[in-house]
Design a protein around this ligand. Structure first.
Ligand code: ADP
Length: 320
């Protein structure tokens, strides 16, 4: 029923009801977020402070390391100079001892008994061994002191390897070791410092003979590899290298625990350095008791082909 409402009279009450539960929740949520943000801000500030502190510490460390590095360089240079001087000083008298020993052996200073001759021959062999050791120390000291630039030329790898095989023929024959050279894809033309690559082969092949068994085999195999590189393997049937020594053999002055014969522990480190200078790598795999395989790459001559020649690390001088 609808009744008219009289004027001036209170005719009713208006109740306005709004549900603010959600708004209150929102407000609470906002407050929480604000306080979380504040906390996060504080912790960020703390972190920033920590980072600044750590940074200061790091900067100090870096400058300490730089100082150490400078000192080490000076010491390293002193060591190289010392090694070069000592080796040179040792070499001079040895050359004179060798000269006189040879002269006596030839009978120029009077006749010799058989026993004297035998004794002198042993002395001469040992003098030669010492001279060889000192030569490798000297060449190492020189290579460290003022690394000579690469003298890059284009050459036949086959001829370089044959040259090394010939050079080491006598050494191999003494141990009845056969040295086989294989180029299954034909001769390869290399672009590198020939003398230094010959040095690499001398080091690897003489090790393969030295650490072989009597009557063992050495195989040198070179093939066309990928990306303008030749792949070379020097394999032997020798004592092998224990797993834990595989990484160490390329370190300077490292010699196998049981090595007592002539050697300086420098051959493989020089070998790796030479290959690195050419942008090449070397690795070794070995099965103790069966033999070792040294594999490395060499830059192929690619001029006139579509492939680009590999970049040589360090300085180079062309000779073509
Ligand atoms: P060195 O022969 O003068 O000792 P290297 O640097 O040429 O120095 O070799 C380091 C060590 O690596 C050797 O003392 C030897 O123990 C080990 N080694 C190198 N080549 C071979 C190999 N073909 N077979 C077994 N061991 C090897």
């Amino acid at each position: 029923i609808v009744r008219p409402v009289g004027a001036g009279d209170s005719t009713g009450r208006l109740f306005l009801v709004r549900d603010i539960t959600r708004a209150a929740e929102r407000e609470e949520e906002l407050r929480r977020t604000a306080s979380d943000a504040e906390k996060a801000w504080h912790s960020l500030e703390e972190r920033q402070e920590q980072i600044l502190l750590a940074n200061e510490g790091l900067e100090k460390r870096v400058s300490e390391f730089a100082r150490f590095n400078r000192e080490l360089r000076v010491i390293d240079e002193m060591k190289s100079n010392f090694m070069a001087n000592v080796s040179h000083e040792l070499q001079t008298p040895l050359v004179s001892i060798k000269g006189y020993t040879e002269m006596i052996l030839k009978g120029r200073l009077g006749p010799l008994t058989d026993e004297q001759e035998r004794g002198l021959k042993v002395a001469l062999r040992n003098v030669d061994r010492l001279i060889g050791l000192i030569e490798s120390l000297l060449s190492f000291a020189r290579s460290e002191k003022d690394a000579e630039p690469l003298r890059v030329e284009v050459f036949s790898l086959r001829s370089a390897v044959d040259e090394v095989a010939e050079l080491l023929r006598e050494k191999a024959a003494k141990r009845h070791v056969t040295v086989k050279v294989q180029f299954p894809s034909g001769d390869l033309t290399i672009r590198a410092d020939r003398n230094r690559i010959v040095q690499v082969f001398i080091n690897l092949v003489s090790n393969a003979i030295k650490y072989n068994r009597e009557g063992g085999r050495v195989e040198i195999e070179a093939t066309r590899g990928s990306r303008a590189m030749a792949r070379v393997e020097v394999r032997d049937t020798g004592q092998g290298i224990p797993r834990e020594a595989l990484e160490k053999v390329f370190e300077r002055f490292y010699r196998g625990a049981s090595e007592s014969g002539p050697g300086t522990g420098l051959g493989l480190s020089i070998t790796r350095d030479i290959l690195r200078l050419h942008g090449c790598q070397i690795r070794v795999d070995s099965e103790p008791g069966k033999g070792s395989v040294f594999s490395f790459t060499l830059p192929l001559e690619t001029r006139g082909r579509s492939e680009r020649a590999p970049r040589l690390a360090g300085s180079e001088r062309e000779e073509s």
